[in-house]
Design a protein around this ligand. Structure first.
Ligand code: ASP
Length: 448
């Protein structure tokens, strides 16, 4: 199924945050008849100190659990929607929805239902503002009873429900299982909903509207005015967003990959900006968009990794050593990130954000028991930085430039890894050097 003239447009939290932003969104949607499938987030922050509606909803769940009452947080959510409705002059009353939420929250064992209500109500409001049909995402986005996303069923449901619509507004971030219980994707998951709908409907492009001019070559909180990447591939996006670049949820690519549907990142508050076009391959031809001939497309990093250095003499002769180490990680449900190895050494590196001291202690005990190493050293507080770009493939000197620019910036490299795909080079450094390293790498590859 290929609707080559239709588009999916997804608008993030800042685009839905207040009436004036929503008016801009209405103008964007009305500007092209192809704009038929609209996915929206819950209202986000109106200014820096504001609280996102989704965060208020999580707070309501906590209040309900502790005190059996959630009005304190929920009333704030109701007020935000009522202010928007009033300012847009809509003929819409959400009071019965809020009554229903207050009752339903009492039956909910998890916070998914309550968290999803921001997107559910946002879609109702926007449908009323634009005059499109409101489609409850629980009718089309399907999960299994244990919360696994069901791709084929969802595609089928989406096509059936949306095939004859003159225009539909769907809340992002949530769906339901076969029993009707609401499930959500991980945070930022409205991006994923948008790409699922785009994949199911086979549209010509998935436009993801946010509040920045495009995907930046480095984190703008660290680097002053980083370059905007005009064109990049899904693979580059996957590497960069997995490593912390946060414009788009990293799971957004999978539903689009098989269909070669490009993603266009655009700015609701500056619709004239070119944005970033994310395409299946570096040779993909896309109108006026040009892929810059750069060695490195972007740089991203993540903090708080833990490394365990394992040393054992004659390790290289011991069949199954790495498997035994990895089985310890599996037992403690820790996902491996990197595993550089020497002749008698092996390092395992994983995200430490959710690994408590107690869990780490048990893991070390198991590695000792299973592998009897000579030495086991734990290093906390490491950061990983990915230097990503197809341009480094078959090109000499990229690793040398990474190392010399970090050396010049007085950053010590603790670990260096380049995959055989030559799409990225990963460096492990100390947490304290994180900002310095990102700045140095951006300067080396983008500002010279
Ligand atoms: N509202 C949800 C969140 O804040 C989902 C989203 O905006 O994509 O994570």
């Amino acid at each position: 199924m290929q609707n080559t003239k239709l588009k999916v447009l997804k608008f993030g939290g800042t685009s839905m945050a207040n009436a004036s932003a929503i008016k801009k969104v209405c103008d964007i949607v009305k500007s092209d008849v192809a704009n038929k499938f609209i996915v929206v987030s819950a209202p986000g922050k109106r200014e820096k100190a504001d609280i996102k509606v989704t965060d208020l909803l999580y707070e309501a769940f906590e209040q309900e659990k502790k005190t059996g009452e959630c009005s304190k947080a929920l009333d704030k959510v109701q007020k935000r929607f009522e202010d928007i409705i009033k300012e847009l002059n809509l003929n819409l009353d959400l009071s019965s929805d809020f009554e229903a939420i207050k009752l339903e929250i009492k039956n909910q064992p998890s916070n998914c239902y309550i968290a999803s209500r921001g997107e559910y109500l946002s879609a109702k409001v926007f449908a009323s503002a634009i005059g499109y049909e409101f489609v409850d995402a629980s009718e089309i986005i399907r999960f299994s009873t244990c919360g696994r996303f069901l791709d084929l069923t969802t595609k089928e449901l989406a096509r059936r429900r949306l095939k004859d619509t003159k225009g539909a507004v769907i809340g992002g971030f949530y769906g339901a299982n076969e029993l009707g219980t609401i499930w959500t994707f991980s945070r930022g998951g409205s991006d994923v909903t948008g790409s699922i709908i785009a994949g199911a409907m086979g549209v010509c492009v998935y436009e993801n509207w946010t509040d920045v001019d495009g995907f930046m070559a480095a984190d703008p909180r660290i680097v002053d005015k980083p370059d905007i990447i005009e064109m990049m591939t899904y693979k580059e996006l996957r590497e960069l967003s997995y490593m912390g670049a946060s414009v788009l949820h990293s799971d957004s690519i999978f539903p689009l990959r098989k269909k070669d549907i490009p993603i266009h990142i655009r700015n609701t508050f500056n619709p004239k900006a070119v944005g970033t076009l994310i395409v299946p391959t570096k040779k993909f031809v896309a109108g006026d968009f040009k892929r810059k001939a750069r060695t490195v497309t972007g740089i991203a990093g993540k903090k708080f990794f833990i490394a365990i250095f394992i040393e054992k003499s004659m390790m290289n002769d011991e069949i199954g050593f790495a498997r035994r180490v990895l089985s310890c990680l599996e037992k403690h449900e820790i996902s491996l990130e990197q595993m550089p190895a020497g002749i008698d050494t092996l390092t395992i590196l994983f995200d430490g954000t959710f690994v408590s001291d107690e869990k780490l202690k048990l893991l070390l005990e198991d590695i000792n028991l299973e592998c009897s190493p000579d030495n086991l050293i734990v290093e906390k507080d490491l950061a990983l930085i990915a230097v990503v770009g197809h341009g480094m493939s078959r090109n000499k000197g990229t690793a040398a430039r990474v190392c010399s620019s970090l050396c010049k910036a007085d950053v010590n490299i603790r670990l260096l890894d380049q995959g055989s795909s030559e799409l990225n080079i990963i460096v492990g450094i100390e947490l304290a050097d994180f900002e310095k390293a990102i700045k140095a790498l951006h300067k080396e590859f983008h500002k010279n």
